[in-house]
Structure formats: C-alpha cells, structure tokens
Write a protein that binds this ligand. Structure first.
Ligand code: HEC
Ligand code: HEC
Ligand code: HEC
Ligand code: HEC
Ligand code: HEC
Ligand code: HEC
Ligand code: HEC
Length: 446
C-alpha cells in the first residue's frame, strides 16, 4: 500500500496531521501539537459546544425543516470531501443540529421562559435519577405509624430503590410525582398481562419538612396491606394514564403505553398555550393574528375551567357533593373559586376605568411561577375590589382593612399530617351552618 501515490490535500483530510495542514494557521497547528487534535476536530468541538450551550437555553420545540435540511446537506457534502466515513462526533453533530434547528418558544419569549425555569408546573414530574430527588430519598428510612412497616430507600447503579421489611424484593423507582413544594411521590411502572402500562404508587412520600410519611390518599390502604400492597397502590391502566396525563405536556402516541423516551414531563408551554405551531408560523410570516387563544379572551368560567382540566372543575362533581364541609374540595381550587361570591358576582362590580374587575385564577397566580407565599400580596388583591371607594364592594364588617383577610376567608387547611391546602371557597365561614342547615360542620370555624 505504501507505494501508492499520496492523495491530494483534501482527500488526506482523514488524518489528523493532514487536517491540521489543510486548515493551516498557527492556532490549529499549535492545538495539534499540544493536544493531538486536528483543526477539523477543534472546529467540531467548538461547534458542538456552541450547540450544547444553545440547547441548554431552550426547552420547547417546533422543527424548522428547511434549516434542518440545508445544514444536513452542507454537512454531508463537506464530510465526504474531507473524510470518507462519518465519525461518532459527526453523528452527534447531526443530532444536535436537528435539535438546534427546531424553533422554540423560548427563542422569542426569553423572559417568560426564564421565569418558568423554577416553576412547580414544570417540575411536577421528574425521573427518579434526578440529583435533587436522590438527595431527598437516598439513605433514608421510615417506619410508618399507619402499618408499622419499615421502608428503606437506597441508590444502586444510579437508580433509586426501596426495600420494605415485609416484602421479599426491593423495587426500583422510575418517576417522582410532585415538584416537592407539597410532596414527592415515587412510582414504579410495569406492564400488566395485556402488555399495558400500570403504576405502583408508593405508600411513602417525601414532604417539605424533610420527612418521609404516608402518601396522601393511601391512608386507608395501610389498614389492610399484604403482598405488593404493603409497598403502595397498584393503579389500573386507565388511572396510570390519568396520572401521567395531568403531569406531562406530551405522552407519546402509542396507545396503551407510557413511552418514556417521547414523553415531555411536566406541564409546559404548549399544554396551556394550544396551537403553538400555527403561532410560530404566523409570527414568522408577519401575520397580525398570532393564532393563540388569549387567556383573557375566555370568559372567567372558561378560564378557570381550563386550569380545571387538571385542577378539577365543578361540573366533574355531583351538585350535592359541592358543600363547604367536603374536604375533598379543598384540593380543587377551581371548584372553590367557582362557588365564591367574588367570582360569581364579578359582573356586578363597577370599578373605575383602568382597574380590572375580572376575577379568575390569574387574578392571584402567575402560572409561570410558584404561587406567592406573601399574605400582604393577597390582601392588596382583596382591597382592589373591597374598599370604601365608589363602585367597589363592601369592606369587612368584622375586621379592619389592615387585617389578614386570608386567615378567616381563605385559610390553609390541613388535609394530612404533613400537608395543607388553601380553601379557595372565599366565604364567611361563620355563616356556613346557616346556609347549609342540613349539614354538620367540623371545619367552618377559622
Ligand atoms: C418566532 C418568535 C416566536 C416564537 C418561536 C414563539 N412566539 Fe409567542 N409571540 C411572539 C410574538 C412576536 C408575540 C407578540 C408580542 C408579545 O406578546 O410578546 C407573541 C405572543 C405570544 C403570546 C401572547 C399572546 C397574546 O396575544 O397575548 C403567547 C401566550 C405566546 N406568544 C406563546 C408562545 C408559545 C407557547 C410558543 C411556543 C410554542 C411561542 N409563543 C413561540 C413570537 C414568538
Ligand atoms: C396539565 C395540567 C395543569 C394545568 C392545565 C394547570 N395546572 Fe396548575 N398545576 C398542575 C400540577 C400537576 C401542579 C402541581 C405542581 C407541583 O407538583 O407542585 C400544579 C400546581 C399549580 C399551582 C401551585 C403552585 C405552588 O406554588 O404551589 C398553582 C397556583 C397552579 N397550578 C395554578 C394553575 C393555573 C392558574 C392554571 C391555569 C392557567 C393551571 N394551574 C393549569 C397541573 C396543571
Ligand atoms: C385530573 C388531573 C390529575 C390527575 C389525574 C392526577 N393529578 Fe396529581 N396533581 C394534579 C394537580 C392539579 C396537582 C396540584 C394541586 C394538588 O396538589 O391537588 C397535583 C399534585 C400532585 C402531587 C404533588 C403533591 C400534592 O399533593 O400537591 C403529586 C405527588 C401528584 N399530584 C401525584 C399524582 C399521582 C400519583 C396521580 C395518579 C394516581 C395523579 N397525581 C393524578 C392533577 C392531577
Ligand atoms: C399552567 C399554564 C401555563 C403554562 C404551563 C404556560 N403558560 Fe404562558 N400563560 C398562561 C396564562 C393563563 C397566561 C395569561 C396570563 C394573564 O393573563 O395574566 C399566559 C401568558 C403568557 C404570555 C403573555 C403574557 C406575558 O407574560 O408575557 C406569554 C408570552 C406566555 N404565556 C408564554 C409562555 C411560555 C413560553 C411558556 C413555557 C415556557 C408558558 N407560557 C407556559 C398559562 C400558562
Ligand atoms: C383571591 C386569590 C386567589 C385566587 C383567585 C386563586 N388562588 Fe390559588 N392560592 C391563593 C392563596 C392565598 C394560596 C396559598 C399560597 C400559600 O401557600 O401561601 C393559593 C394556593 C394555590 C395552590 C397551591 C396549593 C394550595 O392549595 O395551597 C394551587 C394549586 C392553587 N392556588 C390553584 C389555584 C387555581 C387553579 C385557581 C383558579 C381556579 C386559583 N388558585 C385562584 C389565592 C388564590
Ligand atoms: C375582582 C373583585 C374581587 C376581588 C379581587 C375579591 N373580591 Fe370578595 N367579593 C367580590 C364581589 C363582587 C363580592 C359580592 C359582593 C356582594 O355580594 O354584593 C364579594 C364578596 C366577598 C365576601 C362576602 C362573602 C359572602 O359570603 O357574602 C367576602 C368575605 C369576600 N368577598 C372576601 C374577599 C377576600 C378575602 C378577597 C381577597 C382574597 C376578595 N374577596 C377578593 C369581589 C372581589
Ligand atoms: C378575624 C377574621 C376576619 C378577618 C381577618 C377578616 N374578616 Fe371579613 N369577615 C369576618 C366575619 C366573621 C364576617 C361576618 C361579619 C358579620 O357580618 O357578622 C366578615 C365579613 C366580611 C365581608 C362581608 C361584608 C358585608 O357587609 O357583606 C367582606 C366583604 C369581608 N369580610 C372581607 C374581608 C377582607 C377584604 C378582609 C381583609 C382586609 C377581611 N374580611 C378580614 C371575619 C374576618
């Protein structure tokens, strides 16, 4: 072979030294001398680094096919000239280019995206291999007072496992539900006899007090646990799809199966802003109509019901289930809001121009970030409508304007040892008995 004529400059590019020669230039030459990298290699490393950096800055997708094909064809043409066979790095390069040329919501909405990074909505479903998750479970142990069994969490080969003293095998945990603001609940996925995904919802959850305790809703299960039920509740396929349905933005398109590679975990942009593709196209083509439904063009009821797609709507319950002493409602904010006079009678307000009398979830919450924990923030919102000024609704007949309204009219209620929710049914709780004479009240006194 050695007596073959040396190939021309471009065709020798497969060898590092030749690449360095071909690209010439002192920086490439020095880099080659120092690290053994060729010039082309450096170009690619820089390009991949740049792509990775850009990639980290984005998170929602829409493919720009034109850009994708132009990049691929240029790359392929260049590649065959430089070197006959693709290398591993080239495959990476292709893959990253593909992702890069997608159009992202965050390309144009940097501010909202930045705000959204830490949002509970985005973090409500995570892989159990997440460092933050491992940190909260690994090496911990708890004996549930409800059943007396001991559960031990540990890490093996990068994954999270749980062992229970009365169950023969440890079980691997794949996903964690909940952002951690209220709870982190581990689950394990497996296939049932029909090949469909089912879920084991573990009986032990982590709570923000940094304590492990029983999962909300599984208190009853703890009474009669044997076999797999000592670990938690096995959910039917339908329920499994329900859990993932409300905690993801995209589930993949194979019915009957949770396709984790395709799944987009967490509640992200496109889950609340439908029609993203048409929107991006409209913006790109300079159209006037941005093709998104504006949330504030929905009626207040439509708006709270769209949040209620996940937070539950009042029409999902029987009318006789909707009364102030039903503890279940405390978790379902849209139902409470839909019963509140502030919501029902918002149309009667005649606030001066420039002040909005609209009342829906966004009156108090920005869904792109964590809910405010500041009582004063909420009091100011109440005073926006409740004031002695003209056109406003009456102020409190019991307490001064500078008292903490939430404490009496919208309190946090404990639903579980480690967990409280805010009762979104704004009302005078002292009058509950009067309004619902047929009920016996436990919860109404603040
Ligand atoms: C090519 C740039 C671009 C991309 C990509 C893009 N948008 Fe927009 N978007 C705009 C512009 C421009 C506006 C109008 C000005 C504004 O409100 O910022 C807008 C407005 C909006 C609004 C406010 C609508 C209104 O009428 O008040 C929402 C919500 C929105 N975009 C969501 C999204 C979501 C979700 C995605 C991803 C699927 C996305 N955008 C992708 C450029 C873009
Ligand atoms: C696709 C389902 C879904 C939709 C739609 C949805 N949410 Fe949520 N929301 C969730 C989940 C899941 C959580 C729990 C997050 C966690 O794990 O802490 C949550 C949590 C919240 C929280 C609590 C955040 C905190 O700081 O504790 C607020 C407030 C909230 N959502 C408001 C809204 C509003 C307002 C809308 C409508 C504009 C809405 N959500 C629409 C699923 C949804
Ligand atoms: C109809 C939509 C929906 C379904 C189905 C659903 N969730 Fe949620 N989930 C929510 C919403 C909304 C929240 C935030 C408000 C709340 O906590 O109720 C939430 C909150 C949570 C949290 C955070 C802790 C907490 O209590 O706030 C965990 C953990 C959780 N869900 C697990 C699950 C599991 C496991 C399943 C399946 C058994 C499931 N969810 C089914 C909508 C849903
Ligand atoms: C839980 C539902 C939800 C999610 C998830 C969500 N949004 Fe929104 N978004 C809303 C609502 C509701 C409004 C209207 C807020 C208002 O009227 O005060 C809004 C308003 C906007 C606006 C216009 C107003 C503004 O603040 O500039 C933009 C742009 C926007 N969203 C982009 C995004 C992007 C990008 C993402 C993903 C990173 C996202 N949204 C995720 C519910 C959501
Ligand atoms: C009048 C103000 C107000 C309105 C309107 C409102 N909320 Fe809230 N919300 C609160 C307060 C106050 C908290 C408690 C914040 C804290 O933890 O300190 C809260 C907390 C939450 C939480 C966290 C869990 C909990 O119960 O503490 C969720 C979820 C939530 N709201 C959803 C919604 C949804 C969905 C809507 C619309 C149907 C809505 N909220 C409308 C005031 C409001
Ligand atoms: C968008 C305007 C608006 C906001 C904001 C608002 N309210 Fe109201 N509120 C009303 C209206 C309208 C009524 C009905 C008045 C009537 O019956 O004439 C009402 C009635 C009430 C009542 C009487 C309930 C009953 O059972 O008769 C209470 C208590 C109340 N609001 C407390 C609050 C508190 C606390 C806040 C803040 C967390 C708040 N409101 C925020 C508009 C609002
Ligand atoms: C210590 C508990 C407490 C606090 C704090 C409190 N309220 Fe009240 N509020 C009540 C009670 C009790 C009533 C019913 C009084 C009566 O008429 O017998 C009431 C009545 C009301 C009414 C009905 C008034 C009417 O004439 O129909 C409104 C509106 C109201 N409160 C708003 C507020 C607002 C806004 C705040 C915060 C600035 C607030 N409340 C703080 C306990 C409280």
């Amino acid at each position: 072979m050695s007596d073959l004529a040396p190939p021309g400059p471009i065709l020798t590019a497969g060898s590092n030294r030749a690449e360095a020669d071909w690209l010439g230039g002192l920086p490439f030459y020095l880099a080659f001398q120092l690290a053994g990298f060729s010039g082309l290699m450096i170009l690619k490393i820089v390009a991949v680094g740049l792509l990775l950096y850009l990639l980290l800055k984005r998170n929602e997708a829409k493919l720009n096919w034109n850009a994708f094909f132009i990049v691929i064809f240029t790359l392929m043409a260049a590649n065959t000239a430089w070197q006959p066979t693709p290398r591993l790095l080239d495959c990476w390069f292709l893959f990253l280019t593909w992702i890069m040329t997608e159009r992202w919501c965050c390309e144009c909405h940097e501010k909202v995206c930045h705000q959204f990074e830490g949002a509970p909505h985005l973090r409500t479903l995570r892989k159990a291999t997440d460092a933050d998750v491992l940190d909260k479970f690994v090496g911990k142990e708890v004996t549930l007072k409800e059943n007396g069994y001991t559960y031990r969490f540990y890490e093996k080969e990068g994954a999270l496992w749980v062992a229970c003293d009365v169950y023969p095998n440890p079980v691997r945990i794949e996903w964690i539900f909940g952002s951690g603001l209220h709870a982190l609940t581990p689950v394990s996925l497996f296939k049932n006899e029909a090949g469909k995904s089912e879920l084991l919802q573990h009986i032990v959850s982590w709570h923000p007090s940094d304590k492990l305790g029983i999962t909300l809703g599984l208190q009853e299960l703890a009474q009669n646990t044997a076999g797999i039920e000592s670990l938690g509740e096995v959910l039917s396929h339908e329920k499994t799809m329900g859990c993932f349905g409300c905690h993801t933005s995209y589930l993949g398109n194979k019915p009957g199966e949770i396709q984790t590679p395709q799944m987009i975990a967490g509640v992200s942009c496109t889950r609340c802003h439908l029609n993203g593709e048409a929107h991006i196209k409209a913006v790109e083509q300079g159209e006037k109509d941005l093709k998104l439904t504006k949330w504030n063009q929905l009626t207040p009821l439509e708006s709270i019901n769209r949040c209620g797609e996940c937070h539950r709507r009042s029409d999902q319950l029987e009318p006789d289930e909707i009364h102030p002493d039903n503890e279940l409602l405390i978790r379902f904010a849209p139902i409470g809001i839909s019963q509140s006079p502030c919501f029902i009678k918002q149309g009667e307000l005649k606030l001066p121009a420039g002040k909005s009398s609209r009342f829906d979830c966004t009156t108090c919450h920005d869904p792109h970030e964590q809910a405010s924990r500041d009582l004063e923030y909420y009091r100011q919102i109440c005073l926006n409508c409740h004031s002695q000024l003209e056109g406003h609704v009456p102020v409190c007949s019991k307490e001064a304007m500078d008292s903490q309204c939430l404490k009496c009219h919208m309190p946090a209620v404990n639903v579980h040892d480690n967990l409280s929710f805010t009762d979104h049914w704004i009302r005078i709780r002292e009058f509950d008995q009067q309004r619902f004479p047929e009920l016996k009240f436990k919860n109404s006194q603040p």
